[in-house]
Design a protein around this ligand. Structure first.
Ligand SMILES: *Cc1c(COP(=O)(O)O)cnc(C)c1O
Length: 364
């Protein structure tokens, strides 16, 4: 028998989340962001559930090739654009749209030999200071692109640094509008957080929205609003089983470093799941976990292949009983990945993406 640890991907949750986001998006078209192997869910698996999207946004040519091979004929967008000259040949061959965020990418386009001009998304750095043309350089970049026979339609985009936080999007939105208002073309601004938090702002939804994390059922602003608040369902569950049960007397410790010491006689469950599976090693004692659908907590340090859980509230559980690390238990109770992430000092994004290759994946 293989290790009992497995991830379950829930296609109906992906479909539900997409409809939920489409509703919020109004008339805007929806890019399903499927970079990073669809945030750990599996690119083709996610694609099959998300075919109702208007397009797929990703990073790698190889991912684009996979979606074309899987039969997707609609728009595909390379979010970081091309990295070298010959990538443009693949863009022509696979009919990819790509982001242009840097002068060097315009140089490459100007040297590209093609009969069929390409659709590009010109990116403005409106304040995040990662990718994009400075606002003052935006129009000249547009003018240069527009003069190239290699370029077809030019769309305009930017990305928010604080859509999930208190400072919000207003300042960046203002900059984007100010320096793009006299340019034609479709616009794309909103990630999950902007889409969910500013759904009545037409200028934010614009022509295309770009949700990623919310598609997978994690809240983009957990801590303020949880996934249930946004009506999102977990698309990934990580489930395992108890492979041992220990009895601790007062003063006994469990795990490496003796980091947890029992202050009463208690039973402890050993779960087949550790940091080599993608469970966060920094999850401290007290991180929530479900055993047979009942909420309890982890104890002591997470080790490579195992972690320990408190069975004080579960007197009758035994070896083989189900443990849900995040997502839904097979009996339906839910432990949001964002809660586990918060306990470990990270975000749901990182946990999903870190799911290890050795973890078997099933589709619900
Ligand atoms: C990853 C990414 C998104 C999606 O962000 P979420 O926070 O996951 O919704 C949108 N736009 C760009 C440019 C991205 O890189």
């Amino acid at each position: 028998m293989p290790r009992p640890l497995h991830a379950v991907i829930h296609p109906q949750a992906l479909q539900h989340n997409l409809s939920r986001l489409r509703l919020a998006a109004g008339d805007a078209r929806v890019w399903a962001v499927v970079k990073a192997n669809a945030y750990g869910h599996g690119l083709v698996r996610a694609y099959e559930a998300l075919r109702a999207a208007d397009g797929f946004a990703l990073l790698d040519l190889s991912e684009a090739q996979i979606l074309r091979d899987a039969g997707w004929r609609g728009p595909l967008l390379l979010l970081e654009g091309v990295f070298e000259q010959r990538d443009l040949e693949m863009c022509s061959r696979l009919d990819l749209w790509h982001v242009v965020h840097h002068e060097a990418q315009i140089d490459m386009l100007s040297r590209h030999k093609t009969q069929v001009p390409q659709r590009v998304f010109l990116k403005m750095n409106s304040g995040m200071n990662r990718l994009g043309f400075a606002p003052q350089a935006f129009k000249s970049a547009w003018t240069r692109l527009n003069a190239l026979p290699q370029v077809d339609e030019i769309s305009l985009m930017t990305h928010f640094a604080n859509a999930d936080g208190e400072s919000g999007i207003a300042a960046q939105q203002r900059v984007f509008e100010q320096f793009s208002s006299d340019l034609p073309g479709e616009r794309s601004l909103a990630n999950s957080a902007a889409l969910l938090r500013y759904p009545s702002a037409e200028a934010v939804l614009a022509d295309w929205v770009r949700p990623g994390i919310a598609l997978y059922g994690s809240s983009p602003d957990h801590g303020v609003n949880d996934a249930a608040h946004w009506g999102l369902q977990a698309a990934m569950s990580l489930r395992s089983r108890l492979i041992a049960v220990q009895s601790l007397a007062v003063g006994d410790s469990v795990g490496y470093g003796g980091a947890f010491v029992a202050d009463h006689d208690m039973r402890v469950g050993i779960v087949s799941c550790g940091y080599a599976d993608g469970y966060p090693r920094h999850a401290p004692t007290g991180t929530p976990v479900l055993v047979n659908g009942v909420r309890t907590r982890t104890l002591g340090r997470v080790s490579m292949d195992m972690l320990c859980v408190d069975l004080s509230v579960l007197p009758s559980v035994e070896i083989g009983d189900e443990v849900t690390l995040w997502g839904s238990a097979s009996t339906g109770q839910v432990l949001c990945i964002d809660e586990v992430a918060a306990a470990a000092g990270t975000v749901g994004y990182e946990l999903m993406c870190a799911l290890a290759a050795r973890v078997a994946v099933e589709v619900d």
